[in-house]
Write a protein that binds this ligand. Structure first.
Ligand SMILES: *Cc1c(COP(=O)(O)O)cnc(C)c1O
Ligand SMILES: [Zn+2]
Length: 439
């Protein structure tokens, strides 16, 4: 049973899994395919439930717990940090903001390096080990490189990171450097970096760990398995998820398709993919139809999704249509206001993550999501990834963005009377130049 192999998403050509290959001869992406007929849903779920109790090691990983549908490897080939096992929070203020009563937020920022990328990376690096690779590389807007550098360090491999010029969130760059990734900043944007790294890996015998890598998608499927397990296999009406390179929502739909085929689930939740207005090639394809067109100069404060030519757009479209889902876009203002609310709810996440909440709110307003629907939003990265965005917002210093929910620091004299005065002052706005509130 299962018999996993690489299969082309277009022409269906198949290739063995134990040879390095990222694309089909026809040029399309590959994915892992398995024979799922005859797999017992009850036995599978029972195995996963049993592993939930593991205190350490491979079974305690929120990815490898589901290895039947991720990747089955000998234990000594698995490179794990017991990733996953992230919390599923009641939305609180963020749920109220979005206008949904039953809105849960799955916080993937609670992974070992602070983003969901760890789920794909444990699988990608383990595959690299299986394939005998000594060096790995990726192009990244930040979180992939942070994750790859950490997992490569754990596995004793060299890592080579290509980052775009200009803005990369500080927390992410700091991690890549600290974990020992060799970091090369190129004069071009993410899409240029992506093209370059593919050429490098083809020619220089380095294993490519971008989301073009089919094993990373398999690892990311575990977000879905884990959410459903946390819900005792009760199925939400909607998943809302940000979209950049579009690997994560592709993984989500693939996970659901496989569970559905096996018979673990009978209902199919709808998937809403949310893009930033300034980096919205999927949204355009969705609303305008026609052929897929890459975007030349994507731009958004949500740097994790600042991508104009997403690698996985075909996989993504297939999954969204299958789930009767939708694609929505949100403005910079909507992203940052949603972020302020998610943060103030005591949950906190980086800007790209908060597209889930901003998008959910918009879809409720449009009547696509109903306020009675059971919705799970995915928060993809940690609040600490991008402190500049936080401080900029709360001090009123983000160009073009109104700090509607600002909580600016105050400068006061060191006496009780000053504090008393401030406590009576609720809605002070940040000073336009100084950033702090002035009494
Ligand atoms: C990578 C990333 C995304 C986008 O995921 P894709 O799979 O590229 O669509 C969103 N948010 C964060 C925090 C990320 O790191
Ligand atoms: Zn093909």
């Amino acid at each position: 049973m299962m018999n996993p192999r690489l299969a082309c998403i277009k022409c269906k050509m198949e290739y063995p899994m134990d040879r390095i290959r990222y694309r089909c001869d026809c040029g399309a992406l590959l994915e892992l395919r398995r024979d799922l007929d005859g797999v017992s849903p009850g036995a599978l779920v029972e195995k996963w439930e049993r592993r939930w109790k593991a205190k350490r090691g491979v079974d305690a990983s929120g990815v490898w717990r589901y290895r039947e549908l991720v990747l089955e490897l000998p234990e000594d080939q698995i490179v794990t940090k017991e990733e996953g096992n992230t919390r599923l929070y009641p939305g609180g203020k963020a749920a109220k903001f979005a206008g949904i009563e039953n809105f849960l937020l799955k916080h993937e920022g609670e992974n070992p390096t602070g983003s969901f990328k760890d789920r794909g990376m444990t699988c990608g690096i383990s595959a690299a080990k299986m394939l005998g690779a000594r060096s790995v590389a990726c192009a990244s807007t930040g979180n992939t490189s942070a994750s790859m550098a950490a997992y490569a360090a754990t596995a004793g491999m060299d890592s080579l990171i290509f980052i775009p010029e200009g803005k990369i969130a500080y927390g992410k760059l700091a991690q890549a450097l600290a974990y020992g990734g060799r970091t090369l900043q190129i004069d071009g944007n993410f899409d240029t970096a992506m093209e370059l790294v593919q050429q490098i890996c083809d020619r220089l015998d380095i294993y490519l760990l971008n989301s073009i890598n089919p094993f990373r998608i398999e690892g990311q499927k575990a977000i879905c398995f884990e959410i459903l397990q946390q819900l005792e296999w009760k199925i939400p009406d909607w998943f809302v998820i940000p979209g950049g390179n579009l690997g994560n929502n592709s993984a989500l739909s693939k996970a659901l398709m496989e569970l559905h085929q096996i018979g673990v689930i009978s209902k199919i939740p709808r998937i809403a993919v949310i893009q930033a207005e300034g980096a919205n090639p999927l949204y355009r394809l969705w609303t305008e139809g026609g052929r897929f067109k890459a975007m030349e100069n994507p731009d958004t404060i949500a740097t994790a999704i600042k991508i104009g030519n997403p690698v996985s757009w075909e996989k993504s479209m297939r999954g969204i249509k299958w789930s009767k889902g939708v694609v929505e876009q949100v403005s910079e203002q909507e992203i940052m206001d949603a972020k302020a609310v998610v943060d103030a709810a005591g949950i906190g996440a980086e800007p790209a993550s908060c597209c889930s909440v901003a998008g959910a709110k918009k879809l409720v307003a449009k009547g696509v999501i109903s306020k009675d629907d059971f919705v799970v939003g995915i928060l993809t990265g940690s609040i600490l990834k991008d402190p500049d965005a936080v401080i900029g917002y709360h001090t009123g210093k983000l160009p073009g963005i109104k700090s509607n929910f600002a909580n600016a620091p105050l400068k006061i004299k060191a006496d009780v009377e000053s504090v008393r005065k401030i406590l009576s002052l609720r809605d002070a706005k940040p000073h336009p130049e100084k950033g702090v509130r002035i009494l």
